[in-house]
Ligand binder design. Structure first.
Ligand code: SF4
Ligand code: MG
Length: 330
């Protein structure tokens, strides 16, 4: 039931009114140990806000966040700090997320010191362990972030997140700022680390191809709500929601034997403002299947198969008319 609203000053009018941004509006999901949930959608749909709120980096307006069975809202400061340590985040901009005045050694030692995890005498060794874990050379320790490429900086950011031995990482577009060849290396590193350390990932991205490669399950967000959530294979084979289908029709399919003409134009029109989300189904202003009912009645997530839920009044019709899944045989 995660809700994140915040007030902003309206722009462009003489008298500036307070307006409310509906960034996240009732999002529910569970994430298992060693599992990756992909969170996908256009920019501004509330993916990052969801990720940050789960870690309490942004204050939820309403809703409950449980981690390892504990409701975070019920914990005292010390207990919360202990649990929060086990939940870390890696951001999109690897260079901007690292303090340029600190050496890599300082950057990696800081979380060790703050959390009193490793005695001072062993910190040097632990830093070397972390560098090896993310595939950086030992001499990186005395160098500064600007001496590294974007991909290497993302390795440093990952090492820093891992320094405190988390169980769960929010990965907020961790490869979106990188070249495609570097993206593949970082994704491989994240997969290896997950297998080695048994991590759970909330993997945020706007790119369905990347999300499909990384995720066990995928949730599609539109204007602050999850509109479809399913096992990766089920979602990619049979996307039910017209918005998910539109996202897929915009994905280039690299295998030519699987290439198919998009059965529907990729989603057109502007994303409505999250200051005033449309009534009924929030997607109705852009949906090619929209009917009168969609303008007045909000569709709720309903099961269309094992572990596959869709929020659309006409989901069955959508999947019948437009089987655009990318892994279905042509
Ligand atoms: Fe489109 Fe209506 Fe389904 Fe919303 S509920 S996605 S407007 S068909
Ligand atoms: Mg974002």
């Amino acid at each position: 039931g995660l809700v994140v609203h915040y007030d902003v000053r309206g722009a462009g009018t003489v008298v500036r009114r307070r307006e409310t941004v509906h960034a996240v509006d009732g999002v529910n999901f569970a994430l298992g140990t060693h599992e990756t949930l992909g969170l996908v959608g256009e920019s501004g749909c509330g993916k990052s806000t969801t990720g940050r709120s789960v870690l309490l980096l942004e204050r939820p307006t309403a809703g409950r966040i449980r981690f390892e069975g504990r409701d975070l809202a019920t914990l005292g400061r010390r207990e919360l700090a202990g649990l929060r340590r086990r939940m870390q985040i890696v951001f999109q901009d690897p260079i901007g997320s690292l303090n340029p005045r600190h050496t890599v050694g300082q950057l990696l030692r800081e979380p060790l010191r703050v959390h009193h995890l490793v005695p001072k005498a062993q910190q040097r060794e632990r830093v070397q362990e972390l560098l090896a874990l993310v595939g950086l050379p030992a001499d990186a320790v005395s160098r500064f972030p600007h001496e590294f490429s974007g991909g290497q900086c993302q390795r440093i950011a990952i090492a820093r997140a891992l320094a405190v031995e988390p169980r769960f990482l929010v990965l907020d577009e961790p490869v979106s700022a990188l070249d495609v060849s570097i993206q593949a290396q970082i994704l491989q590193l994240l997969t290896d680390l997950q297998n080695r350390l048994g991590l759970a990932y909330l993997f945020i991205a706007h790119d369905l191809a990347v999300v499909g490669q990384m995720s066990d399950r995928v949730a599609v967000m539109y204007l602050g709500k999850i509109v479809e959530i399913a096992d990766r294979d089920s979602l990619y084979a049979r996307p039910h929601h017209p918005y998910t289908q539109a996202l897929f029709s915009a994905v280039p399919v690299p295998d030519p034997t699987r290439r198919r003409e998009p059965t529907r134009a990729s989603v057109t029109g502007e994303v409505p403002s999250s200051l005033a989300p449309p009534p009924g189904c929030r997607f109705h202003t852009r949906c090619p299947l929209a009917q009168e009912r969609c303008r007045v009645e909000e569709p709720l997530l309903e099961s269309v198969g094992a572990g596959h839920e869709v929020a659309c009044h006409f989901a069955e019709q959508a999947v019948r008319d437009h089987p655009v899944g990318v892994s279905r045989p042509s």
